[in-house]
Design a protein around this ligand. Sequence first.
Ligand code: PLP
Length: 416
Amino acid sequence: MASEQEKIVYLDNNATTAVAPEVVEAMRPYFEAKYWNPSSMYAPALALAREIDGARELVAERLGADYPDEIIFTSCATESNNAALVGGLKGAVKADPKRNKIVTTKVEHPAVLEVCKQLEKEGCDVSYVGVDSDGNINIREFVQALEPGRTAVVSVMHANNETGVIFPIEKLSRIVKQTDPKIAFHVDATQSVTKLPIDLGRIDPSGGLSGAFGHVDMLSFSGHKIHAPKGVGALYLRRGTAFERFLIGGHQERGRRAGTENVPYIMGLAKALDLEADGLFERGARMEAMRDRLQASLEERIPWIVVNGKNAPRTPNTLNIAVYGAEGEAILMLTSERGVCVSSGSACTSGSLEPSHVLVAMNVPSGALQGNFRFSLSRYTTDEEIDRAIDVFAEAVALARERSCKWDSAKGEPIA
Ligand code: PLP
């Protein structure tokens, strides 16, 4: 067992991140002195409303958006995704009842997939585009799924939360707009904001399209994946996009999202984005070097493992491996007892009887579906932590295999 004093090695940053100390400090005044309701009409509240708009400007600038009012603060990426899909679909159907189709992929987060399944039950047509064995989107299938005049919203993630595989958003959004400029293009960027460049700008003094994401109409992300707290997120909504509001009530967020603003957390979100904005490439390169070392060392020390998404472009912080010949829960328990926190997609530990829908879509062989692990790094991960994770994980796999009826110790291979 890791002793109380022994530091935990936390490699589950795609699940959530530590709040940055600078973010905690930036939030503090809004819990203590500036607790006003920003919709009130007295002077301190009006000043606070201006501060929220300052945060909005900062977020817009960091994402390259053309206008600050294109940023709507929400409670999390799940809410942003729900609002984009439901609000985008309703807006499109209102303008033209024939537009009642969504196109998405088989590997989206449940915050998109489950919404699509619900909308399907309510009469919407949904196409789920597949991926290849590396997790790359099937472009031909994507093109075929788009129906000009019928498709309302396309929703595609930027980077996959389980494998880190990156979808070519610039290319996909171009295809969509060439097919039908009225289709709204939504990106779930929860795992890519602060890890990959995002430029939503469209206004270009030369008259062209400036940002690589200039064809994107909606984009979701969440605070707790970028060192801000849980309970805050944002939806980017390009001016002119057909949209019916999702949360109904007061007039906050210019009538597009009701509910008293979570002022401290909004300030925290803006601060976190600002902190991460500089040095993106240096930070990415540092994380990538550590991730690659982790990957190479595990591949060298542990036979019969496979890196999922190895040949696809991936976010610099994510490593997903499948382990043959042992129970995933046993490996996870041994790893956790030794103070290393990673995420497991194995059936029992994720609380579901189903294997990961992402790996199933990638056609990962069944022998590797029950023992897959995600290591996800952050800006705070150190080389020493990676060293420890390598040792602990290699030892855990060896021990789990020794005890497993799935492993032939004499031959050193899994039992078929
Ligand atoms: N989308 C992706 C790709 C995610 O990875 C997650 C969280 O893991 C979400 C959406 C949901 O985020 P939140 O917890 O902020 O609702």
